[in-house]
Design a protein around this ligand. Structure first.
Ligand code: OSB
Ligand code: MG
Length: 370
């Protein structure tokens, strides 16, 4: 396919409730929606960079710049037959994984539409429904957290993740565990601790948690290896795994017991599948993380999570956990057994609700043919 035109939409969507982590509090979620035209078809992608450089150094501002001034111009007019052709083009751009992943998603959508196949099938996914959980942000008090968790449990979520930070860690987790003694529970620190402060987390080892996600620095795999040696509970890496190489380092160092796979953080679905394959071949369980995606990114996450190595529930909640009105016509709902159906239409299997998209759009810009 020849990429004729790429349009970037910088959007800001109100979350149904504020989402607070160790790196900040989001009331509105910003991201970039990409539409890519080729041969009469339009592919849709989502770049998960958010307003602030909290989770990642990338922001909507840096991703806009990299997409508009570097990735876009490389892709426009290029003959892209496979996703590997696209990877060859963007490999010379250092870093900026979220930006690269955004356009790659739109290309997968286009490829799927050209072939008339759902993304699940192209990626080699086997499941038609995937098991999911919900990621619950920091709340005012442990009691409020327990109440928030209770609401999600009543909605049918069978796996809960709570965010922790120094001072809001063991006590919060104990409160939730006390209220839900057998529920599948995990915690996520988003890099808020160091080796020294992480010693205070030791009581978490008594709470029968599925995993402790990214306690230490995002660029540090070695200290996670040292911490893992002190904990029975599996450490799970999120921020640290920005490429298949980093996944190999983590495996070789035994720095973690589990890896959170996010296509966005890995620079695209193709590298997410590579990490999946590597982990599967080495007996390392993986699960699909989330970035508060719109229906576009959620469709991509569901297709990815249908691959056989995803043996733990993903952070892929129903649309109404995030947004009152999403930008896709399709809405994802929680089914029985804490599962969500994987889309079956060609490509991502979702279409844009243009009115909603324009309502949330702060800026729009196109490059390429008219
Ligand atoms: O660390 O997993 C994370 C959201 C934004 C950025 C990073 C993370 C998260 C979440 C929410 O935990 C997952 C989701 O429901 O999309
Ligand atoms: Mg995380």
């Amino acid at each position: 396919m020849k990429i004729e035109r790429i349009t970037l939409h910088h959007i800001s969507m109100p979350l149904v409730s504020a989402f607070e982590t160790s790196f900040g509090r989001e009331v509105e979620r910003e991201c970039i929606i990409l539409t890519v035209r080729s041969g009469g078809l339009t592919g849709i992608g989502e770049c998960a960079a958010s307003r602030d450089p909290g989770y990642s150094y990338e922001t909507t501002g840096t991703a806009w710049h990299i997409l508009k001034d570097f990735i876009g111009p490389l892709a426009i007019g290029a003959e892209i037959r496979t996703i590997q052709d696209y990877r060859g083009l963007v490999d010379r751009i250092r870093g900026h994984q979220l930006a690269k992943a955004g356009l790659e998603m739109a290309l997968w959508d286009l490829l799927g539409k050209m072939e008339g196949k759902p993304l699940r099938e192209i990626l080699g996914g086997e499941r038609r429904r995937v098991e999911v959980g919900v990621s619950v942000g920091l709340q005012e008090t442990p009691a409020a957290l327990v109440e928030a968790v209770r609401r999600y449990v009543e909605e049918g979520y069978a796996r809960i993740k709570i965010k922790i930070k120094p001072g809001r860690d063991v006590f919060d987790a104990q409160a939730v565990r006390g209220a839900f003694p057998t529920m599948r529970l995990q915690v996520d620190a988003n890099s808020a601790f160091d080796l020294e402060t992480a010693t205070t987390l030791k009581p978490l080892d008594e709470l029968n948690l599925l995993l402790i996600e990214q306690p230490l620095f995002e660029d540090d795999i070695w200290d996670h290896r040292r911490l893992q040696a002190e904990f029975r509970t599996p450490i799970c890496l999120d921020e640290s795994i920005v490429s298949p190489r980093h996944a190999r380092y983590a495996l070789e160092m035994q720095a973690c017991g589990i890896i959170n796979i996010k296509a966005a953080r890995l620079g695209g679905l193709s590298q997410a599948v590579e990490v999946h394959d590597l982990c599967r071949g080495n007996g390392m369980p993986v699960w699909c993380g989330g970035m508060l995606e719109t229906g576009v990114g959620r469709a991509s996450n569901l297709a990815l999570a249908s691959l056989p190595g995803f043996t733990l529930p993903g952070d892929i909640s129903a649309s109404d956990r995030y947004y009152a009105r999403d930008i896709t016509q399709e809405r994802f709902t929680l089914g029985s057994d804490s599962m969500i159906d994987v889309p079956t239409g060609s490509g991502l299997g979702v279409s844009l609700d243009e009115a909603a998209l324009s309502m949330y759009t702060l800026a729009r810009e196109s490059i390429g043919a008219q």
